[in-house]
Design a protein around this ligand. Structure first.
Ligand code: ZN
Length: 408
């Protein structure tokens, strides 16, 4: 999203001494950028999901929730997913179970996040000395890695989310920045449970970072810019409070998660959960083969995605649908078409069909029409009409004509 972000921005301003006892330029760089504390950061792992999650393929029913989550894995451009429903409907279980299916990703091998794109955009000065050496020797700056699932803790403070001064380092008279959860979420999935209960400033920082793909932290004399290109998965129980309209708009897909209606499905879900609680490893092993195959399919769909095209005719249906629903936000088109492309890729096709649009339209477009805005625009156009009518009665026709003639 923003490959030219300068990861080395961390610098003391106006030559102000920020640390003591620095012996070399290299040590200074390490100190102000937080590199020298990378080995002592226990919170780097704090947000990772549990190691033995319920298998995704063992989830009973909830087809739309499962589809939405898979599409998000295939195409991060969808803009994430919001799961809306009461407690106990398996929202968090489903998100954590994605661990089975997480695809491969190409990420920087360097603490500073140096990438080959940085060299293309800004030359050798845009990467750290280690990476410059590697690049010159023709070695890769990136590694294959699995996407990670990062959970935002419910009690996270703004400082945990965006990063801030490392307090332990400050005790030793060193001013260091700590990477926040948003930086750890780069190229990963960030899960925010009960997103409607978070402080506004935290939600805003998450949404801004998600939209920009990067963010900057300034603390006193030091600042740092971090990449944060992640897929956001949120969940909320509408009984516990509403979500501001502008936050709701930032989520791509919206899934209403209800309890299972079919008694057979409920019984099957109970049996599987009971078996898993008694012996999680056995349950996981029973689904391992199918899980591996599903993960492989998601990887393949991801590779196919850049080739998937949508014709003007099919896109026209989508636009017509959005306009007929009086949806204003341009995010509706982005989500609808990106979800349809991911759906086609999952079906191993490089052309989006009308059936793909039909499949993803409800989750891409629901909760996007605003009765308030529709009424507001209607009232505005009535008011404008009224102003024009009053003008006609007040200003004589002759005077009005002269005024328009003078125009450019
Ligand atoms: Zn580097």
């Amino acid at each position: 999203m923003n490959p030219s972000v300068d990861q080395h921005e961390s610098s003391p301003q106006d030559g102000e001494p920020v640390t003591s006892g620095i012996r070399s330029l290299r040590e200074l760089i390490d100190v102000v950028s937080g590199r020298s504390i990378k080995d002592q950061l226990p919170q780097e792992d704090a947000g990772f999901a549990e190691a033995l999650p319920f298998p995704f393929l063992a989830l009973v029913g909830q087809q739309e929730m499962k589809l939405a989550l898979c599409l998000t894995l295939i195409n991060p451009a969808i803009g994430g997913v919001l799961l809306i429903g009461p407690r106990g409907t398996g929202k968090t279980t489903a998100v954590r179970s994605l661990l089975d299916l997480l695809p491969q990703v190409e990420r920087s091998a360097c603490f500073y996040g140096c990438l080959p794109e940085d060299v293309e955009a800004g030359g050798m000065d845009a990467i750290c000395p280690d990476c410059a050496k590697k690049y010159a020797e023709g070695r890769s700056l990136t590694i294959h890695d699995r996407v990670k699932l990062i959970e935002l803790p419910l009690n996270a403070r703004l400082e945990d989310v965006i990063g801030g001064i490392d307090e332990r380092a400050a005790i030793h008279n060193r001013l260091l920045l700590k990477r926040g959860i948003l930086a750890q979420a780069d190229l990963n999935i960030l899960y925010v449970d009960e997103v409607n209960l978070l402080d506004n400033e935290i939600v805003d920082s998450i949404l801004d970072a998600a939209a920009m793909g990067s963010y900057t932290v300034r603390r006193g004399p030091i600042s740092a810019t971090y990449r944060s290109r992640f897929s956001l998965v949120g969940s909320m129980n509408p009984e516990e409070g509403n979500l501001r309209a502008q936050i709701l708009d930032r989520f791509g897909l919206r899934v209403i998660v209800q309890g299972l209606a079919d008694p057979q499905e409920r019984l099957e879900a109970y049996r599987r959960v009971r078996a898993y609680r008694q012996n999680p490893r056995l349950t996981i092993s029973q689904y391992a083969e199918d899980s591996n195959r599903a993960a492989e399919e998601i990887d393949q769909a991801k590779k196919l995605l850049p080739m998937v095209k949508i014709s003007d005719e099919i896109a026209g249906y989508g636009i017509q649908l959005i306009q007929s629903l009086n949806i204003d936000s341009l995010r509706a088109e982005i989500t609808l078409f990106e979800a349809a492309r991911a759906y086609a890729a999952a079906d191993n096709r490089d052309i989006v069909t009308a059936a793909d649009i039909i499949e993803v339209a409800p989750m891409a477009l629901r909760l996007r029409t605003s009765k308030f805005m529709t009424n507001y625009f209607l009232e505005q156009s009535q008011e404008d009409h009224e102003i024009q009518e009053k003008l006609k009665t007040i200003i004589p026709a002759k005077a009005r004509r002269r005024a328009t003639k003078k125009g450019p």
